[in-house]
Structures are given as structure tokens and as C-alpha cells.
Design a protein around this ligand. Structure first.
Ligand SMILES: Nc1ncnc2c1ncn2[C@@H]1O[C@H](COP(=O)(O)OP(=O)(O)OP(=O)(O)O)[C@@H](O)[C@H]1O
Length: 584
């Protein structure tokens, strides 16, 4: 229960609903008890009439009618109270589920990229969905059924004991056995359903991947093999399901058997006691049979609830593990910073923790606000890493990275990220309209502003060519757009944000040189006064920059302007000549 203490703050938050729910539960159980009592009284009055102690049939009828009305009344009140019991306690569990999901999601957002590399997406999803659902079962049903059982036990057993103590003891004997059986069956059900869940998630991952890669599957004619793999997986999944159903099927017969045994005990022992005169009225036996049936479900829930609590504890432990992780990237400056856009790298070296690859080695350069820097270099030379460090997706351990002459970790993180417009190498578009995708970084922008940004990014004409124009909804990962169109929508998104620092990571690679030229022209105009970094493999994207650096294996090997770099031997000049000869 240690892990579940995390939920206490939520129980405290919803204490009034919870207390109200508990009071209602107790009240509903009190009303529930009226029925067996009234049934006892009814049977007794009929028995008295049969024995001749009461001779007036009208008196019997009146008593029976009165009892029936009371039974209906008690049932109605119990029904209404049960409705409110669920409305309060189960609602509280839904609120707790909502709060916990939000808490986990917020924590996810604070965690760094390293965290996402170390944990699989499926695992992250499970904690926010399945684990939270299991915890909800503790916050709602487990608490509700526990209160239910405790209340019912106290009321019913004291009522039974006051009437026939010996019969009460005999009647209760099978109930703990029932509880133990239910506990073990629930545990087994849980074990088997976890395996079923694992297979379901394997199946969904497999199908999701094959739908995403459908064009590759078709192009390589791999449909039969893919189907075979699917068939193997789904056959295994079916077998696990059948394995689960077998033990689930045991649950109710076991319960019915044990209720039957309890009923037999009541009839047998109760009958003997009635004959011996230990029990005064026949109605008591009927009343006990109702009690036994009333107690069966709550007793069964003791086993069930124990298993729910165990599962919730395990789930909360997994959730707590994530919640207690300290985000690697901490915002140390609480006051917002005004970002001018001066960027300085001083002897920065950077090694990725997981791969141990030293992506940057002693990199130094200065970029003043309003200047444009182009970074050229072979693949894997560390170009994207420079951009990631400027966005503070990772913290550096060696050297200094200054933004407006302040160490980057002393700059307010939100201000820094708000002042950056980043266009990644692989454009990521959400399954939403093109309009909303462009407005992603500036949700309050007008449609006209979005259109203007699309015009600058040279994608407006493509968009208005779609039947639904800007309202065209993009499929999963924007599959309805071509690579070049995706890149340009992504550029429009950064332009619309109108940030102080623009970072373009090889984002014109899928665009033809003519369109590239037009986009660069617009960017030239738009980036006046803004600090811009363009990472590229093409000289055409770099040539107009104020500064150009050439990276090789994490080191700056050349530095200068287009003119100075074409005037000296080196990677830049050879790339320039190669690309020049290709274009002519
Ligand atoms: N997230 C990461 N985790 C671990 N290693 C990484 C990560 N990103 C990049 N690397 C490694 O760091 C080195 C530099 O990568 P980077 O992406 O900065 O190069 P790049 O010059 O942008 O390459 P490209 O032109 O292919 O995009 C590479 O060897 C790469 O494998």
C-alpha cells in the first residue's frame, strides 16, 4: 500500500464526495436489511394462521399488504441510495483517474529526449492508460466494495447473531473458503489476462507497422509472408484468450456451488434447530437464506478487491517510477528572458549518453543577432546536434554555450523555446487540418497570417489545389502530402511563429532547386533582424549566408563566407564544384 499513498492527495481533494459516498453506502445497507426482516415476519404470520394462532384472515392479509408495501419502499430507497453511492464514489475514481493522467502527461512533457530514448513508446502509453485504469479500480470499485462489505458484514452478522447464534456460525463457514477461492481465481485471471494484453499489443503494433509500411510491403510483394506472420501471432493470441476463458468460466460455477452449500447448511441446521425448538419461527430460516445470498457477493469481493489492490499497487509503482524522475533539463531562471538571438559556442564538445558518440568536438563560433549561419558537412558530422543544443534539447557538459552572453542553462527555458522556430530534418505533421498544422506554434494566428506564411514557404499554390484547401485533413503523419510539400508546410509553421531565432535542419532537401531559390529569397526577406541557421548539403542554400562553417566528424574544418571558402581548397570548394557541374 506504500505506493498507493501517492493517491492520498487526491482523496483529500475529493474528501467531501468520498465521505458523502461512504455515508450513503452505510444508509443503503441499512435499508437493504428491511427486506429479509419483513419476509420473516410475513412467513411467520402465514405460519401462525396455518397453526391456528391467528384466525382472522383479514388480519393476515392486512399484515402481508403492509409488509409488501414496506418491502417495495425499502427496495426503492436502497435503489436510489445505491445510485448515489455509485455516483459519488465511482465519480471520485473517475476524477482521480483524470487528475493522475494529467499528472503523468505533464511529467512526460517535462522529461528530456534522453528519457524518450530509454523508454519504449508502448511502455509510456501503457502507464498513462492501462496502469492508470488499474489504479482507478482501487480508487473506485475497491473502496466502494470494501465499504459495502464491511457495512453489510457488521449489520447483517449482528442481526443474524442476535436471532440464532449457532446457525450464524454454521452459515458463515463456507464464506471464507469462497473468498480464498475468488482471490486465487482473480489472481490467475489477472496473470492470464496480462499475457492476453501483451499479445493484443503485439498484434496492434504489428498491424500498425504493416499499415504504415504498406507501400514497401506491396512493392516487395511481401503480402503472403506478412499474412503468415500475422497468422502466427493471432493464433498464439487466440490460444492465450482460450486459456483465459477457461479460468474465467470457473468463477461463477464456484460461486454458485458455495452459495448452494451455504443454503443447504441453513436449511439443514436451521430445520433441525426449528424442530428442536432452538429457533422460534420458520421465518428465521427464510431470513437467513436471504442473508446468505446477500453476503455471498461481498465475501467474493474480498478476494477480488485484494487482487485489485495488488494490481493497483504494482501499477502505481510503475507510475511513481516515472513521476519521480527529475527532468534532466531544468529551468533555472524563473523570470522570462528577452532573447536577442546572439549565439556563442565556446569549445563545445558533446557526447550522446546512449551511443557514446562524440558528435561535437571543441566547436567554437559566434553568431550575432540578425546574422545568418550556414552549416555544411557530411552526414553524421554533427550539424543537427548543434541545432539541438541551441534548443536546449540536451545540456552540454564541456565548453560554453551562450545565448545573448548568458550561459544557456541560465536563460529561461520557456522564453528560449518560444523564441525559436525549428524546422526539423523530417517534417512532422499532426493528423489535423493543414491550417492547424501551420498554426501549431502560434494558435492565435489568423487564417490570413497562415496563408501568408504558406505563400512565403511556396506551398500556398499546392494547398489551394486540394479540394478542401487549408482545411484538408492530413492522414497519419501527413501521408497525403509529398515529402517536399511536408517540408514546406513545416517551414510555413516556423515562419508564422515569427521567432527571433530560426533553425532550418536540411529542410529543403526534398524541394527542387527552383522552389528552393524562391523559399530562400522569402527567408532572406523575413529573416531580417533574426538569427538564422541553415543546415544543408547544398551550396545553393548556404551561399548567401553571412557565415558558413564546415563540419567534419564533429569538428569545424573550414569557416568563412561563400567567396572566401570557394577561394580555398577544401570540402566546401569541392562540393561547390561538384554541384555546379551537376546543375550545368
Ligand atoms: N539522438 C542521438 N542519440 C545518439 N547518437 C546520436 C543522436 N543523434 C545523433 N547521434 C549521433 O551523433 C552523430 C552526429 O549526428 P547529427 O545528427 O548531428 O549529424 P548530422 O550532421 O546532422 O547528420 P545528417 O546530415 O545525416 O543529418 C552521428 O554519429 C549520430 O549517429
Amino acid at each position: 500500500m506504500k505506493e498507493l499513498q501517492h493517491l492520498n492527495k487526491y482523496f483529500l481533494k475529493y474528501k467531501f464526495s468520498l465521505i458523502f459516498g461512504i455515508l450513503i453506502t452505510i444508509a443503503s445497507k441499512i435499508f437493504l436489511l428491511y427486506t429479509p426482516r419483513l419476509i420473516r415476519k410475513s412467513i411467520n404470520v402465514v405460519d401462525e394462521y396455518r397453526k391456528g394462532s391467528i384466525t382472522d384472515i383479514q388480519l393476515v392479509k392486512a399484515e402481508l399488504l403492509e409488509n409488501i408495501l414496506y418491502i417495495i419502499g425499502a427496495a426503492l430507497i436502497t435503489g436510489i441510495l445505491t445510485f448515489f453511492m455509485r455516483q459519488t464514489i465511482i465519480n471520485v475514481s473517475r476524477y482521480v483517474e483524470y487528475d493522475l493522467k494529467n499528472e503523468v502527461y505533464q511529467q512526460y512533457q517535462k522529461l528530456s529526449l534522453n528519457f524518450y530514448k530509454k523508454n519504449r513508446t508502448g511502455d509510456l502509453m501503457n502507464r498513462i492508460s492501462e496502469d492508470v485504469t488499474k489504479v482507478r479500480m482501487y480508487a473506485g470499485p475497491a473502496i466502494m466494495y470494501s465499504i459495502n462489505t464491511i457495512t453489510l458484514f457488521i449489520i447483517v452478522i449482528s442481526s443474524m447473531y442476535s436471532q440464532a447464534p449457532k446457525l450464524t456460525l454454521y452459515t458463515l463457514i463456507p464464506l471464507p473458503i469462497l473468498s480464498i477461492i475468488v482471490f486465487n481465481v482473480s489472481k490467475e485471471i489477472h496473470k492470464r489476462s496480462t499475457i492476453v494484453q501483451q499479445y493484443l499489443s503485439k498484434l496492434s503494433t504489428f498491424t500498425q507497422e504493416s499499415f504504415s509500411g504498406i507501400s514497401i510491403i506491396k512493392a516487395y510483394g511481401m503480402e503472403p509472408q506478412t499474412f503468415n506472420n500475422f497468422d502466427v501471432l493471432s493464433t498464439e493470441s487466440k490460444e492465450k484468450q482460450l486459456h483465459l476463458v477457461k479460468v474465467q468460466a470457473l468463477f461463477f460455477p464456484t460461486m454458485i456451488l458455495l452459495i448452494g452449500i451455504s443454503n443447504l447448511i441453513v436449511i439443514y441446521i436451521g430445520g433441525q434447530q426449528y424442530i428442536n425448538g432452538e429457533i422460534k419461527s420458520l421465518g428465521t430460516i427464510a431470513e437467513f437464506i436471504i442473508y446468505v445470498n446477500m453476503l455471498t457477493w461481498p465475501v467474493a469481493t474480498v478476494g477480488w478487491v485484494t487482487s485489485i489492490i495488488q494490481q493497483a499497487e504494482a501499477s502505481q509503482k510503475r507510475i511513481n517510477h516515472f513521476l519521480t524522475i527529475e527532468p534532466e533539463i531544468q529551468n533555472k531562471a524563473s523570470e522570462p528572458s528577452k532573447i536577442q538571438g546572439n549565439i556563442t559556442f565556446k569549445n563545445v564538445s558533446f557526447t550522446y549518453d546512449d551511443t557514446n558518440i562524440e558528435a561535437l568536438k571543441d566547436v567554437s563560433f559566434t553568431l550575432n543577432s540578425g546574422e545568418t549561419l550556414a552549416i555544411i558537412g557530411k552526414t553524421g558530422s554533427g550539424k543537427s546536434t548543434i541545432l539541438d543544443l541551441i534548443g536546449r534539447l540536451y545540456d552540454i557538459k564541456s565548453g560554453e554555450l551562450l545565448i545573448d552572453n548568458t550561459p544557456i542553462d541560465q536563460v529561461n527555458l520557456n522564453s528560449l523555446r518560444e523564441s525559436i522556430g525549428y524546422v526539423p530534418q523530417e517534417a512532422f505533421l499532426f493528423s489535423d487540418s493543414i491550417n492547424n498544422n501551420i498554426k501549431f506554434g502560434k494558435e492565435d494566428a489568423t487564417d490570413e497570417e497562415a496563408i501568408q506564411a504558406a505563400k512565403y514557404a511556396q506551398v500556398h499554390k499546392n494547398i489551394i489545389g486540394f479540394t478542401k484547401g487549408y482545411e484538408t485533413v492530413l492522414g497519419e503523419r501527413g501521408i497525403t502530402l509529398s515529402g517536399g510539400q511536408k517540408q514546406r508546410v513545416s517551414i510555413a509553421r516556423a515562419i508564422l511563429k515569427d521567432p527571433q531565432i530560426l533553425l532550418f535542419d536540411d529542410c529543403l532537401s526534398a524541394v527542387d532547386t527552383e522552389t528552393e531559390e524562391k523559399i530562400l529569397k522569402s527567408l532572406n526577406k523575413l529573416s531580417k533582424g533574426k538569427t538564422t541557421i541553415i543546415v544543408s548539403h547544398r551550396i545553393s542554400s548556404a551561399k548567401n549566408a553571412d557565415k558558413i562553417i564546415v563540419l567534419d566528424d564533429g569538428k569545424i574544418v573550414q569557416e568563412g563566407t561563400h567567396d572566401s571558402l570557394t577561394a580555398q581548397e577544401g570540402y566546401y570548394k569541392s562540393l561547390y564544384l561538384k554541384q555546379l557541374s551537376k546543375n550545368t
